[in-house]
Design a protein around this ligand. Structure first.
Ligand code: ATP
Ligand code: MG
Length: 391
């Protein structure tokens, strides 16, 4: 029955003359997203994006298209020739299917794209409503304009007619690739994948860096991060994941610095390394999953000390989020189940029994002066490996 999907987009509609750039990017991103399941005709017509489908594939295509950033909703529709009687017939046909699915009340919403058509959209709704009610001929099925089980939208457009009902919600945001690139610090935890997804949703391309302490941390913890990157790549496209071993840095810190400062100190190394790799990869910002007060290293003072180690802007989309809400997003985007697999993170290594919760920057800098920061960073980056992770 369904032969086309209507992909609705939100915010890009207000971008003035940049609009077409955003729309074209969106179409390109939809095509890319669909590549894994086949080649589809994706096209723009009068400020809307359509995807040709058939009954065998439309559900699967909706599932993919709704993940494309910038899409607010996807509706399966029946597109037929421009003929008012055909429009009425199609409305009846679609409603019958909805009744078979258990819907009892309905409302007809009409749109008249062709302004020269003899009826107003309100007249159309009344007329089509009467027609389908008569032909359904089922006393259990009623019109309900206030709170219907299903809304059947009928459009009489310049080129054709369209009938559709439900819309599957997308995530909104802006098309990927319309807002520069950022380097995300991706751990195996719950937060950083969510933070990455949130920034990418605003149209930002991402590359990722992960820090490990192999052989102290095992290969499984690296596999876990690759798996998270893979889930993210479903939304963000292929992700370049830089794996950096910081064991030597951690050892050096453990040897020369105060035990309670180790977490903050290694965090500053992570930030600097991410910034350096980010610069070489044309990234303009860093992303972390930090949230005020969540753990000892994320107190206000801790974040101040971490932040001071880099010049690049650091995006922390979770800064004011409660854990419970972060978890909800993680579940929604599909990273949660992987994030909670217990694996040792490099942070657990040499982690102080009593970490400093109110670090002072001058003190941290003094401790750091005992280390050859540049050389340690240089070596870690030199030995890092990059892998492209895709779905
Ligand atoms: P997450 O759930 O993201 O691991 P967390 O609550 O465990 O966060 P921390 O361990 O304090 O918080 O880390 C704060 C942020 O630092 C993380 O959100 C992430 O962006 C970054 N980070 C921490 N550990 C790593 C790592 N091993 N590799 C890359 N980034 C890391
Ligand atoms: Mg963590």
């Amino acid at each position: 029955m369904y032969n086309v999907l209507i992909a609705k987009y939100g915010e890009i509609g207000v971008k003035g003359k940049n609009r077409y750039i955003f729309e074209n990017k969106l179409i390109k991103n939809i095509r890319t997203m669909l590549k894994s399941i086949g080649e589809f005709n994706v096209y723009k017509e009068y400020g809307r994006i359509y995807i040709d489908v058939d009954d065998t594939n439309y559900k699967q295509v909706i599932e993919e298209v709704r993940k494309v950033f910038g899409i607010v909703g996807v509706s399966a529709a029946v597109k037929r020739e421009k003929d008012y009687d055909i429009l009425k017939e199609t409305a009846l046909y679609v409603l019958k299917h909805k009744i078979d699915e258990g819907k009892k009340s309905f409302k007809i919403a009409s749109k008249r794209g062709d302004k020269s058509f003899k009826m107003t959209s309100q007249e159309m709704s009344i007329d089509i409503g009467g027609y389908v009610l008569k032909n359904i001929n089922n006393p259990e099925v009623k019109v309900d304009v206030k709170n219907p089980d299903v809304v059947i939208t009928c459009e009489y457009r310049n080129e054709h007619t369209l009938v559709y009902s439900d819309s599957v919600a997308g995530f909104g945001g802006l098309p990927l690739g319309t807002n520069g690139k950022a380097m995300t610090l991706l751990s195996g935890g719950i937060d950083s994948p969510v933070a990455t997804w949130m920034v990418a949703k605003r149209g930002v391309d991402v590359e990722a860096v992960h820090f490990h302490s192999y052989p102290f941390t095992n290969m499984r913890s690296q596999e876990k991060v690759k798996e998270l990157a893979k889930i993210l790549s479903k939304y963000c496209g292929p992700i370049k994941l830089h794996m950096v071993n910081i064991l030597d840095i951690q050892k050096e810190i453990a040897q020369k610095c105060n035990d309670e400062e180790t977490t903050i100190l290694s965090r500053r190394f992570m930030m600097r390394i991410a910034e350096k790799i980010g610069e070489s990869r044309y990234c303009d910002a860093l992303i972390t999953g930090e949230s005020i007060g969540q753990v000892a290293s994320q107190t206000m003072q801790g974040i101040v000390c971490t932040n001071d180690s880099v010049k690049m802007p650091v995006f922390r989309p979770l800064i004011a989020e409660d854990k419970i809400d972060i978890i909800k997003t993680a579940e929604k985007i599909g990273t949660y189940e992987t994030s909670i697999i217990p694996e040792t993170d490099c942070c657990a290594l040499f982690s102080p029994k009593k970490p400093v919760t109110k670090p002072r920057l001058e003190k941290i800098e003094k401790s750091e002066s005992k280390l050859d920061v540049d050389a340690l960073i240089e070596k870690a980056i030199e030995e890092s490996v990059m892998e492209v992770i895709s779905y």
